[in-house]
Ligand binder design. Structure first.
Ligand SMILES: [Zn+2]
Ligand SMILES: [Zn+2]
Ligand SMILES: [Zn+2]
Ligand SMILES: [Zn+2]
Length: 249
């Protein structure tokens, strides 16, 4: 089912579940494409009855039925004052103009998309979309931390984050298992992986943070949203600067 179905009318709502309830009055029924059904009356922001992302929803002329596990919601419309089905999209924070149409790009759920055309750009984890635009294609830039802070065009075909990270950190550190160089690679996510793969399978996902220090194990330490950590999550060593001065060696 695509679009949002909206029905305003005199309704009887029967909810069966944790506690059964029947309500009657003039209400607005909203059926979302994800199976969420909301029934609103005259007051407040809270629906008088609802079922979120129901497994099964049927919309007939006079009845809307939603079922999810042992819960069900049935709305009988005795008299419809108005009804219709309208387009629905993910609404998000506006971040700039669409390059392909007159629409406005919005950021929702980690992606930037246009509600008016199929344009879509995926954002890396932790990215912030900026007000500045790309000098080459006019799309918004985003800022993200991968070892350093990078400001990159939304369109990976215009400017590649991977390329920027590679220029900065490829072969920068050594594999703790075999001494080979750690390469900046993409296998699903961005990695620092040993150049001797598949003979050496050492690899670490690239942290969303800035390189601020080096660990006693030889690997870099990153400042992330949750604090400082070694590239190797399993490494228990502290950053070298936090080594006590009187550490007897
Ligand atoms: Zn567009
Ligand atoms: Zn660009
Ligand atoms: Zn290695
Ligand atoms: Zn370490």
């Amino acid at each position: 089912m695509s679009g949002i179905e909206v029905i305003a009318g005199r309704c009887t709502t029967v909810f069966e579940g944790s506690r059964d309830r029947e309500q009657h009055g003039d209400a607005l029924v909203v059926v979302k494409p994800d199976g969420t059904v909301l029934v609103h009356d005259a007051r407040g922001y809270q629906p008088l009855a609802w079922l979120t992302r129901a497994e099964a929803v049927t919309v007939d002329r006079d009845t809307i039925t939603a079922r999810d596990g042992d819960q069900s919601l049935r709305v009988t419309v005795e008299e419809a004052y108005g009804r219709g089905r309208y387009p629905a999209s993910d609404a998000g924070v506006p971040v700039g103009d669409c390059p392909d149409c007159d629409g406005t790009l919005v950021r929702a759920r980690g992606d930037v998309s246009c509600p008016d055309c199929p344009v879509e750009y995926s954002l890396p984890t932790g990215a912030t979309v900026l007000g500045e635009t790309c000098a080459d294609c006019d799309l918004p830039l985003f800022r993200v931390e991968r070892g350093a802070t990078f400001e990159v065009c939304l369109d990976a075909d215009c400017e590649s984050l991977d390329e920027r990270v590679r220029e900065a950190f490829d072969r920068e550190w050594c594999c703790p298992a075999c001494g080979g160089d750690l390469r900046v690679l993409r296998r699903g996510g961005l990695l620092l992986g040993c150049e001797r793969y598949p003979d050496c399978e050492t690899g670490f996902s690239f942290p969303a943070g800035r390189h601020v220090d080096d660990c006693r194990c030889g690997l870099p330490v990153f400042e992330t949203a949750t604090g400082q950590r070694c590239l190797d999550r399993e490494c228990g060593d502290e950053p070298s600067t936090e080594e006590p001065p009187d550490a007897g060696v």
